[in-house]
Design a protein around this ligand. Structure first.
Ligand code: FAD
Length: 415
């Protein structure tokens, strides 16, 4: 079987692998090959992503990375250099309804402003005026015993003006394939990596399932929920528990016009997040409850990709509580995708390993879409050894494989 050579091989054509390839290509990092086992892009986590891009996180460095992502997605056509990219950013704003005291809300507002984002405190009256369809109740719904719920008003909410979502995460990944190919990157589909070859403690190349070899000194593991399998190929034994985890979403057609529209909402009372989808013709609803992020996926190639009945009922209940004007009609569908959850601190593990030339980019825990541009940028800094104007200003050590676990507000999607 004919062999090939590359300066860098990236395993995985999801948003992380393609962002990394593009950032490397922008730096003329040599011959870059992306190998993806599926027939097209985004067949893993990226294809199911809600693609919400918001700034609030426990760690300021995570916020800086999210801010970098927000700027990249906002200027997507300029970033990719594509005249008509498939994806774009919808800046709906992000409304945090976590029932927090005003002091916390003001503190978080200032932290968001500190990384360059716009944020403000909305009073209950502001909210009612700006988004009249949204209930201001912050009293938790009892989903366990089904006790009657009495709504109680809340006075203050945090609003991130610049937040929103990418309209098409699969399209964004495809845009990067197009931009990469234009810039000389080879992107191969139907190219599963069966082995990563090493010798004397350093990477030598990869072997595909059909026996094709690519000799290379640098490999990036961007294999999403399959990352542990790729790490096993090089015998990488690290401290992190990276667990592919089934995550469910509900889509509900909107047949009514909601006055004032709906931003992205994080809603502690109902345990949900929601945002518009399909240009406002649907609402996308997911869970923010950590207990809904516990179902491991044993085989990422074969798991239940549907929405469970009980989860559907819980999400729907939360949705109607938050948007009481919704009529009880409208087609409901659902799906399940995979987070790869870093059970230790719900942050990714990124960069060099003790195997020379072997880099990891894994464990995004529900944050990987927004972080992808910054992740690609940081990996490009690490691999090429150079920092350029406009690079994300976070030390690569922040997420390195040998860091101590980070302290987070909660080990869940709102970390
Ligand atoms: C339901 C859901 C909602 C989400 N919502 C958000 C959100 O709102 N905001 C946010 O920021 N993030 C969100 N995320 C998380 C985000 O989508 C992921 O973190 C991100 O897509 C991970 O991208 P990835 O490229 O690492 O993985 P993937 O997209 O899974 O890509 C990995 C690729 O590697 C390929 N691969 C694996 N093994 C091999 C091999 N041996 N050889 C070749 N190819 C291989 C796979 O086929 C796959 O295409 C969500 C995720 C889900 C599931």
């Amino acid at each position: 079987m004919a062999g090939d050579t590359a300066d860098i091989v990236i395993i995985g054509g999801g948003i992380i692998g393609m962002s990394t390839a593009y950032e490397l290509a922008r730096r003329d990092a040599g011959r870059i090959v992306v190998v993806e086992k599926a027939t097209g892009v985004a067949s893993g986590s990226t294809g199911a992503s809600s693609a919400i891009v918001r700034l609030r996180y426990t760690h300021t460095d995570t916020m800086r990375m999210a801010r970098h992502g927000q700027e990249v997605y906002r200027d997507w056509a300029a970033y990719t250099g594509l005249a008509r990219p498939r994806a774009s950013m919808r800046q709906t704003g992000v409304l945090w309804m976590l029932g927090e005291p005003i002091s916390t809300i003001e503190h978080e507002r200032d932290r968001i402003r500190g990384v360059g984002g716009r944020a403000r405190v909305l009073s209950g009256a502001d909210l009612a005026e700006r988004f009249p369809a949204i209930s201001t109740c912050a009293t938790p719904i009892d989903l366990v015993d089904g006790n009657d719920h009495v709504c109680g008003d809340t006075d203050a909410f945090l609003f991130e003006d610049d937040g929103g979502y990418c309209t098409d995460p699969v399209g964004a990944t495809q845009d990067l394939v197009e931009a990469c190919r234009r810039d000389g990157v080879e992107v191969r589909f139907r190219a599963p990596v069966a082995a990563v070859r090493t010798a004397a403690g350093r990477v030598r190349g990869v072997t595909l399932a059909d026996g094709t070899t690519i000799d290379t000194p640098v490999v990036v593991n961007a294999a999403g929920p399959w990352c542990n399998r790729v790490n096993e190929m090089v015998g990488l034994d690290h401290q992190w528990a990276l667990v592919p985890t089934r995550i469910q979403l509900m889509l509900r057609a909107t047949i009514e016009v909601l006055p004032g529209g709906v931003p992205m909402i994080a809603d502690a009372a109902g345990g949900i997040y929601l945002r518009p989808e399909s240009g406002g013709r649907q609402l996308l609803v997911g869970s923010i409850r950590t207990e809904d992020e516990t179902e491991p996926v044993v085989d990422p190639d074969s798991y239940d990709t549907g929405l469970d009945e009980d989860r559907r009922a819980a999400l729907l209940h939360g949705l109607h509580h938050r948007l009481p004007g919704l009529v009880h009609r409208g087609r409901i569908t659902g799906l399940a995708g995979m987070y790869t959850i870093n059970r230790d601190d719900v942050h990714p593990v990124l960069g060099r390993t003790h195997i020379d030339g072997f880099h990891v980019a894994n464990g995004y825990s529900g944050h990987g879409f927004k972080l992808a541009p910054a992740v690609g940028n940081l990996l490009a800094q690490v691999i090429t050894g150079g920092v350029e104007d406009g690079d994300v200003t976070v030390a690569p050590e922040f997420l390195s494989i040998d860091r101590a676990p980070l302290e987070v507000r909660e080990k869940g999607v709102l970390a």
